[in-house]
Design a protein around this ligand. Sequence first.
Ligand code: SAH
Length: 497
Amino acid sequence: MSGIVYLIGAGPGDIGLLTLKAVELIKNADVLVYDRLINEDILKMAKKDAELIDVGKFPHNHKVPQSKINEIIAQKALCGKKVARIKGGDPFVFGRGGEEAEYLSRKGIPYEVVPGITSAIAVLSYAGIPVTHRELSSSFHIITGHEWEGKDKNLDWEVISKLDGTLVFLMGIKNIEKIVKKLLYYGKDPNTPTAVVMEGTTPNQKAVTGKLIDIPRLVLKEGIKNPAVIAVGDVVALRDRLKWYENKKLFGKRILLARTYEQSQQMKKILSKEGADVVVCPTIKITPFLDNIVKFLEEIHKFDYAVFTSVNGVWSFIEAVREKRFDLRNLSIKVVAIGSKTAEALENIFIYPDIIPEEYTSYSLANVLKKHADGKNIALLTSQIGGDILMESLEDCANVQKIVAYKNEPNYELKEKLISELRKGIDIAVFTSSSTFNYMYQLIGDEINLLKNSKIAAIGPVTKKAIEEKGFNVNIMPSEYTTEKLIEEILKNHQSL
Ligand code: SAH
C-alpha cells in the first residue's frame, strides 16, 4: 500500500480556523509532523496510535533542518503511512511547503495540499483590520521581513514603498527597524498608520498601532515579540472602531479547569469562544473498573434501580456495555441520574432516566430515592470514594449495593504541569467537584497558595465548602449546580473577575 503526504495548513492559532478537510485528514493520519506554531489541541485530534513528530523543536537551539524534514515525511510515506504534515497558516505562504512538495514530487511520492487560513489576513481580521477596503486600499502585499537573514533577496524596496495597498510583513519583528527605515528612505509617508499584532487569533493576542515612524519604538516599549504580523496602510486606522476579538468578555483571562480532559471539552469550548485562555489541567484521574460493571450487568436481574452519580460512571458503564456486547434491551430496571449532565450522557445511548432530582446533589437524590425506592434493591454505580451520603441516607429503607464503576484518584502525572501553570498566573480557577479541589491540594500541598490572587468559581455548595475549608474565598457559585449555570455566572460577573 502506498502512503501519502498531506501538506496541511493549520491556520494562525485559533483551532476554529482549521478547515473541515484538515480536521478529517488529521484525525485519520498515521503520522503527524508538525511545526512550532501549531495549536497543541490539534495534536489531541490524532488517532490514539498515531506517531507525533515535532520538527519545530529546537534541540540545542537548532531547528530540524528542512532537508531532514523532507526525508522524514518521504520516508514515512514510503512505509505506506498517511502523513499529515501540519504547518501554521497556509503551507505555501512562507511555509516552505513548496520545497516539501518539490521533494515529494521528485521522489514520486503522492501528496496533496490543503490550504490554510494565512496569518497575513486572519491575524489582521482578529485585530479589526480589513486588509482591503473600497475607499482605503485596493490591494494587499504579503512580504517577508526576513530578507536580511540572507533569504528572498529579491525585494525591491523602492517599488514596495510606492505601493498604495496594505503592506503586510511576516517574520518581520527582528528587522522592524530596518523595514521601517527602508520604507521611509524610499518615500513612504512617516504618518502611515501601522499595526503590529502578535499571537493573533489566540487569547494572547496583543497589538500596537501608531505612525510608521514610531512603530519600532512602540514595539519595543510594549514588548511585542514573535510571532507577529506588521501591517502598514490606511486600513490600520479602522482598528479603533472595528476591533472585536479583544472586546470579548473573557478575552485574555487565564481560566484553569481542573476536571478531566473529556469532561472539560464543552466548558473549554464555550469559555474559549468568549476569548478566554483555557488551561485544562486535570487534578483527577478516572480509571474505569470494567470487571465490576460487567459483574453488575450479569446480575442485573437482582436490582430494581441503577443509580449513576456522575458522567464518569456512565462513561465507564458504556465502555463495559460495549466490551461485553451487552444488549440494552436487557436493561429492565429503573435508571436514576444525579443531574442533567449524567442524564445527558445516558440519553446519548438512548437510556432515558426515570428519576433526576430537582437539585443536583447527593442529599436531594437520597430524598427522592427514599420516596420511590423504599425496600428496593439499588445498585449505586460510583467511584471508590463516592456514594457515602447516599449509602448512609438510604441505610434504613433500601438495600443499596455500591458498584465501584471507576477509580477516582489524584492525577500524579500532572503535578509539575499544574505547578508551572499556576506560576504563570491564573485569573479564574474553576472547580466542578470537591475532589478536583481536594486532589489539587493533595498533589501540590502549600503550592496551592499560588491561587491566592485568583478568583475561584465552584459549581455548588459541597465544592464551595471544601475550598473554604482550606482558607480560600469562593467568588462565584451558581444557584443551579450545573456547568452551564456556572459559566453563565462567570460571564455575568466578568467585570469583577
Ligand atoms: N505559513 C504561515 C506563515 C509562516 S512564517 C502563514 O500562512 O501564516 C511565520 C510568520 O507568520 C511569523 O513570523 C509571523 O509573522 C506570522 N504568524 C504566524 N502565526 C501568527 C500569529 N498567530 N500571530 C501573528 N503572526 C503570526
